[in-house]
Design a protein around this ligand. Structure first.
Ligand SMILES: [Zn+2]
Ligand SMILES: [Zn+2]
Length: 421
């Protein structure tokens, strides 16, 4: 059973509580632009996943049906002592595969291209936990294939996968310090902060999902040191709030090098070499800047307060949108959520543009509100029955578009989009 959809409201509640604590303590672990970007990446990952999870699902199901070595009926996984032991074995086995999936996700270029999304945030809070890739469907399934081949029932494995991911949520916080012996057994806030660091000493450490014991076993453990405070983020910064570019950036860099390098061996090999490796000829011709941790500054283009409030308000609309889409998907399937997802993606894109203070961001956002949104809603009412084609629906859509447009014009005129440029 996929428990993640059920957990989402609790995630959001915990995030609000952490935000409240952050404000009370004045710790400054949240910036609106960074948190919105992380949650946008998470929203994109979830909704994109509706369309792509067919890939692992079909492959896993086929492997299980055709090649499972041991016949393990689902009924074995009950609440009896033996059943609970089997659950524990499945959880451990999944966590072991997660460790290797995650480790390769850092150490092999094409896999890092996908996983990098989770690490681009230069803040560290519960919103970082929801910052997930949209391209995990391409290769991640490979690492769990052995478990389906062994014969664990897919229902059990899907459940332990969601438990594994749900566990990892709480460790993305700076409000919990060291936890003593627990830091040496389980993945905890302290040792996962190390994992999100760009400090030289912390790079490629602590890959575990639930147990950090794997890292201790396979030599990738590093504890958080008081004399080396964590600097969060990646060494080739994203420097953008566009959630689509967040997913494409590292693939684009690899493609850039693959096209320009002369040797065919490098054109193909670059994708599978150690992360960071570049062919000598492109390295010489197109040297890349790596951020220096001593002079590192977070990406933070200034935005007038009125526009920031506009962004937050519109992002809350997007959150309502994803919750609505999630329910629709669960009850009515993929076909009906296609257009709502497209509308949501356009919204995430334009909000990213405003955050980045891109030229034409305001024009794009006005276009979304007054052109894309009504056209999308018209397409929805014509092709599905999820929205009534009545006066009330159109009243809400037009009112939202008009009020938002007025708010946006006011925010961008009165304040400082121009002044800041
Ligand atoms: Zn990672
Ligand atoms: Zn993480």
């Amino acid at each position: 059973m996929d428990l993640i959809a059920i957990a989402v409201p609790f995630f959001l509640l915990a995030l609000l509580i952490e935000l409240f604590v952050d404000r009370i303590r004045g710790t400054g672990h949240y910036r609106a632009n960074d948190a919105i970007n992380s949650l946008s990446a998470g929203t994109l990952s979830t909704t994109f996943g509706y369309f792509t999870k067919i890939v692992p699902t079909v492959i896993w199901a086929y492997a299980f049906e055709e090649f499972a070595l041991i016949d393990m009926p689902l009924a074995w996984f009950d609440m009896s002592p033996t059943g609970l032991l089997l659950w524990l074995v499945a959880m451990l086995a999944w966590d072991f595969c997660y460790y290797w999936s995650h480790r390769c996700g850092h150490e092999i270029s094409i896999l890092w291209a996908s996983h990098a999304v989770h690490h681009q945030s230069e803040d560290y809070n519960l919103s970082t936990a929801l910052r997930q890739t949209s391209t995990g469907f391409l290769f991640n399934w490979i690492f769990y294939l052995p478990l389906f081949l062994v014969g664990f029932p897919p229902e059990v494995l899907i459940t332990v996968n969601s438990l594994n991911l749900i566990y990892q949520f709480w460790v993305h916080t700076q409000h919990i310090g060291k936890l003593g012996v627990l830091d040496r057994i389980f993945v905890t806030p302290s040792n996962h902060r190390v994992h999100h660091a760009q400090n030289e000493k912390y790079i490629d450490r602590n890959y575990g999902g639930i147990l950090v014991l794997w890292d201790r076993l396979f030599g990738s453990f590093q504890e958080e040191l008081d004399n080396d405070p964590v600097v969060f983020g990646v060494r080739k910064p994203l420097s953008s709030w566009n959630p689509f570019w967040a997913n494409a950036q590292v693939y684009a860099y690899l493609w850039f090098d693959a096209v320009r390098t002369r040797r065919w061996r490098d054109k193909l090999g670059i994708w599978f070499r150690r992360t960071g490796w570049r062919p000598q000829d492109v390295e010489a011709r197109y040297p890349k800047h790596r951020s220096d941790i001593r002079t590192f500054r977070k990406y933070d283009p200034p935005l007038a307060a009125t526009l920031r409030y506009y962004l937050i308000g519109q992002f809350l609309v997007a959150v309502a949108g994803i919750l609505w889409i999630g329910q629709l998907y669960a009850s009515q399937g993929l076909a009906v959520v296609t257009i709502p997802c497209l509308l949501l993606w356009v919204q995430l894109y334009t909000l990213g543009m405003i955050s980045d203070r891109r030229k034409n961001a305001i024009v794009f956002e006005l276009g979304r509100l007054n052109l894309v949104l009504p056209s999308g809603v018209l397409a929805i009412v014509m092709t599905t029955s999820i929205l009534a084609n009545d006066a009330r629906t159109w009243f809400v859509v037009v009112l939202y578009a008009l009020l938002s447009s007025a708010w946006l014009r006011l925010a961008s005129n009165v304040t400082a989009m121009q002044n800041l440029d």
